[in-house]
Design a protein around this ligand. Structure first.
Ligand code: GTR
Length: 329
């Protein structure tokens, strides 16, 4: 009697579990994915690569539809929409999401990383995982980082060699207080603008320049208006891919694992693409007559930005994170 009752309870449980799994799996979906860059850009290619992997591993049940070139809006807005669950996945720069997830702003701090290799070690190691895990408390699930080289300052007025040369220049920055603070610390005037407005800003002289990595400088056409590129390499702020809590919650644990793995793989895929494009973009800018300023002392730029660290020291957790990053060999 007793054994039969246990057996029937077990069968009921197994059937219930099976039904739950089947119903969760049965909902096929197309995941709307946002990226600000154009169709050929490495981040967009990486997302497409991830989409193929997700489709394959879920037997075609789940697809990713990649909206590039700001089709879904500028990063600040698409992040809000992702938080609200209206956009499923979003690839932005950490400077933007850092306004919502403060710890991630550390990755954009000036002159923190000794090299791109140092950044990659941090992103691929425990600190990178901890940072990705910290997104959840702020309304996203962090899936992967994509490193995207160093950002440098460019302008249309003069070759910048010293901090003094920056005085009075109106430089566009991302919509981020930290990026504004960095440019202000150098004595220039930061103008926060969405990415899509920078080209017109340069063409109409609303701004004198901006700061970005080689591929962004060239693929946007900014190099046609800003002929002086100074290798300040003041930040190596990487990109990050997040998924909305709503989309994440619609996946089974197995599917979540598939998304995570595909995102991580796409990050390695992007690394391959990146190196070539960085080199190619620099050559294209040079061929178009852009003057690259590399023979200057970077130390005064670093010193001018030091107040950002003094400011960060007000938060013990941020201070500890900066210290840990510095110690990564
Ligand atoms: C690029 C980055 C974009 C965007 C842009 C900007 O390097 O890939 O996501 O943040 O910079 O400056 O707005």
């Amino acid at each position: 009697m007793y054994r039969r009752a246990v057996l029937s309870r077990t069968i009921t449980l197994v059937v219930a579990l099976f039904c739950t799994a089947v119903s969760a799996n049965a909902v096929a979906r197309e995941f709307r994915t946002a990226d600000t860059q154009n169709e050929d850009y490495p981040t967009v290619q990486a997302l497409r690569y991830m989409g193929r992997m997700v489709a394959e591993r879920t037997g075609g049940r789940h697809q990713m539809q990649v909206f590039h070139s700001r089709q879904l809006g500028e990063e600040k807005e698409t992040l809000e929409q992702t938080r609200a669950g209206a956009i499923d996945l979003n690839r932005t720069n950490v400077a933007l999401i850092g306004t919502i997830v403060p710890a991630v702003n550390v990755l954009a701090m000036p002159f923190l990383f000794r090299s791109v290799e140092h950044l990659q070690k941090v992103l691929d190691g425990p600190i990178g995982s901890e940072l990705l895990n910290s997104f959840e408390a702020h309304g996203f699930v962090g899936l992967a980082f994509y490193d995207s080289g160093a950002r440098s300052i460019y302008n249309s007025v003069r070759p910048v060699r010293t901090v003094e040369d920056l005085k009075g220049l109106r430089l566009r920055v991302q919509q981020s207080q930290q990026m504004s603070a960095m440019i202000r610390a150098l004595g220039a005037e930061p103008i926060e603008l969405p990415y899509g407005q920078v080209l017109t800003g340069l063409a109409t002289k609303l701004i004198d320049g901006a700061e970005n990595n080689w591929p962004s400088f060239v693929t946007t056409g900014h190099y046609k208006y800003a002929g002086y590129y100074t290798l300040t390499e003041h930040t190596v702020s990487p990109e990050v891919l997040v998924i909305s809590l709503k989309a994440w919650g619609s996946l089974t644990p197995e599917e979540q694992q598939i998304f995570r793995e595909a995102a991580q793989r796409s990050s390695l895929f992007m690394r391959e693409k990146w190196r070539d494009l960085e080199e190619q973009s620099r050559k294209q800018a040079e061929a178009a007559g852009v003057k690259i300023v590399g023979d200057f002392d970077r130390k005064p730029f670093e010193a001018a930005m030091a107040p950002l660290y003094a400011n960060a020291q007000r938060d013990p957790a941020i201070t500890a994170l900066i210290e840990r990053i510095r110690k990564v060999e």
